[in-house]
Design a protein around this ligand. Sequence first.
Ligand SMILES: Nc1nc2c(ncn2[C@@H]2O[C@H](COP(=O)(O)OP(=O)(O)OP(=O)(O)O)[C@@H](O)[C@H]2O)c(=O)[nH]1
Length: 302
Amino acid sequence: MTSSADGFRSGFACFVGRPNAGKSTLTNALVGSKVAITSSKPQTTRHAIRGIVHRPDAQLVIVDTPGLHRPRTLLGQRLNDLVHATWAEVDVIGFCVPADQKIGPGDRFIAAELAKLGRRTPVVGVVTKADLVPRDRVAEQLLALQKLMDFAELVPVSAVDGFQVDVVADLLVARLPAGPPLYPEGELTDEPEATLVAELIREAALEGVEDELPHSIAVTVEDMLPREGRDDLLDVHALLYVERPSQKAIVIGHRGQRLKEVGSTARRHIEALLGTRVYLDLHVKVAKDWQRDAKQLRRLGF
Ligand SMILES: Nc1nc2c(ncn2[C@@H]2O[C@H](COP(=O)(O)OP(=O)(O)OP(=O)(O)O)[C@@H](O)[C@H]2O)c(=O)[nH]1
């Protein structure tokens, strides 16, 4: 068992920086290019999880933030509020600036926004793409970055050749609070989103009734589409297959109460996974002996 007494640390980080600064590539280099599935464990963030760095001494959960905009509209303002809320919730922020481009107004805007946080969340200044320029240019960029704001640390990195990726991880981990892992190890997958969503629904449906329906349950996601005219709501239509009518009754429960709970648990987990609001439409079907029927199995994605 690991506990805070062992000096284990766990917590959340996010990367900011203008488009193309190398945030995604760095995240993938830290995590190992896989998406995190985060099903059953405590959900301490409302934000989409980009990846989890598992280490013997720490667990670093990297969350997504929407891009920061110069607010011209109310929606822009709301988005920025969301960004600020994320910054206030994570334990450490990595501010990425590419080594091969001059620090510009976009970077200064982000720095000014970060400065509004006061000292609540430490910010690590990261000069990315260090492989693209000679060393002295990297040093110059670090100096230029330093002038932008008050950083907790400054570090150059190359996600492409691996230079200093471990150091970035160390610096971020050092800012996490002591605490046990937030997510079980091994919850990393590169499966497509629909499969992850189906798995979350299946888990929610099995919660508490594992003995009655061990393997007799399968979930297919029929479609996953943004609600027309809205970019903040995803419609998910899913079917939950059981083998017998008696199992259907268990899943649905008295007056549909259990299915409702399954749906809302699954919805919360899907929202956490995808970082968007979700409307989940869930129906139960009996697919007789689906486990033995090759045609059905194909339909169910096995
Ligand atoms: N040479 C080099 N290229 C890099 C490195 N990191 C990222 N890139 C490239 O820079 C481009 C942008 O990288 P991303 O990781 O997508 O940048 P981002 O900040 O996530 O971009 P947005 O999602 O638009 O905000 C891609 O073409 C990457 O391949 C690096 O360490 N070295």
